[in-house]
Design a protein around this ligand. Structure first.
Ligand SMILES: Nc1ncnc2c1ncn2[C@@H]1O[C@H](COP(=O)(O)OP(=O)(O)OP(=O)(O)O)[C@@H](O)[C@H]1O
Ligand code: SF4
Ligand SMILES: [Mg+2]
Length: 321
């Protein structure tokens, strides 16, 4: 324990996957290349960025589902290591994107939710186990009759409730939610998002909420971090980021979000990015965004900008903005 005001502190986290290139050779795929952020108890940090920018890898590496290449993660001030990760897993959980592949269809709901209770030995007898499972099911809006049914019998939205119940079973303080609604029908996405919010209010749990969709992220997040090619390029209070974005990449992401008001939509100009996202196997020198940035200067090709505070914790990594 420490007196840090943060629940989760991530400092210069890197995840370089080694991709084989023939006999004995390999090349580094820099999926996450020096990411830092903090999350307070009960807070939601949204993490957005295009497919392949490293969002899932950040979540998995910070929970040590992948061993980090370098960098550190602290939970409640305590450095997370290979040695203490097993007890800490009780505090830090993950909800996965695809509720179809992340739940074993041949297990009953009771056993899916009970498994983490078994692993962490969180009950004295069978009755207590069952009571705990039923109260968590109630919390996520599942009926007691569902307990003996199999995961494959449920719809996507119900399965995601089972996934959330499983994560909540051990009473964690922090959950990485990896695009938890993007595999669901649009019609039920809002219901599930609302449930995440209600659970946070009741339980005081903090989220790292990963999503493609800026509207979803803006709705649920206190703060938002924007990722591009393995790095965070901007991080700010959710409203501030939405109303006063600074980084050229954030501006282009926001300009692509449909605006419901047609008058406003007419005034705003869509910024179309030229070129493709470079491969993380062949990162540009300097700023990772420079190959698509209309503000790029010579310095951008030489040195990678770090995040600097532009006031009120609005952090931006850009030489020219
Ligand atoms: N286990 C792995 N081994 C090697 N490369 C990986 C591995 N996992 C991810 N990658 C690569 O790392 C990069 C980041 O992937 P990641 O899945 O973290 O992105 P993402 O932002 O979550 O994308 P999406 O929005 O599509 O889920 C990609 O280039 C991906 O191909
Ligand atoms: S540092 Fe340069 S290339 Fe990178 S976003 Fe800023 S202006 Fe563009
Ligand atoms: Mg992902």
């Amino acid at each position: 324990m420490s007196d840090s005001k943060y629940l989760v502190e991530v400092k210069d986290l890197k995840q370089h996957f080694k991709i084989p290139t023939g006999f004995f050779g390999h090349i580094d795929l820099k999926a996450v290349d020096g990411v830092s952020f903090n999350i307070k108890p009960g807070e939601t940090l949204g993490l957005v960025g295009e497919s392949g920018c490293g969002k899932t890898t950040v979540g998995r590496t910070l929970l040590r589902l992948y061993k980090p290449t370098s960098g550190e993660v602290r939970f409640n001030g305590e450095l997370v290591t290979e040695q203490n990760i097993t007890p800490l897993r009780k505090e830090m959980q993950m909800v996965f994107q695809d509720p179809y592949s992340s739940l074993d269809p041949r297990m009953t709901v009771e056993d899916i939710i009970g498994e983490p209770l078994d692993v962490h030995k969180l009950y004295a007898n069978k009755n207590e186990r069952r009571d705990k499972i039923l109260s968590i099911m109630e919390l996520v809006g599942l009926n007691a009759e569902h307990a003996t049914r199999y995961a494959h019998e449920f719809s996507g939205g119900q399965r995601q409730r089972i996934g959330i119940a499983r994560a909540l079973a051990v009473n964690p303080k922090f959950i990485v939610c990896d695009e938890p609604v993007s595999a669901l029908d649009v019609s039920i996405q809002a219901q599930v998002i609302n449930m995440f919010e209600e659970l946070q209010e009741k339980l005081g749990v903090a989220y790292l909420f990963i999503a493609h969709d800026l509207l979803v992220v803006h709705h649920i997040s206190d703060r938002i971090a924007v990722m591009y090619l393995g790095r965070i390029v901007e991080i700010a209070d959710a409203d501030e980021l939405n109303n006063s974005p600074i980084h050229p990449y954030t501006l282009s992401l926001l300009s692509a979000v449909p605006i419901p008001d047609p008058n406003k939509a007419r005034q705003s100009k869509r910024i179309i990015l030229e070129g493709d996202v470079p491969s993380p196997l062949r990162m540009p020198t300097g700023c990772p965004f420079r190959t698509r940035c209309k503000y790029a200067t010579e310095k951008c090709a030489i040195e990678c900008p770090s995040l600097t505070d532009r006031g009120n914790g609005h952090m931006v990594a850009c030489w020219n903005k």
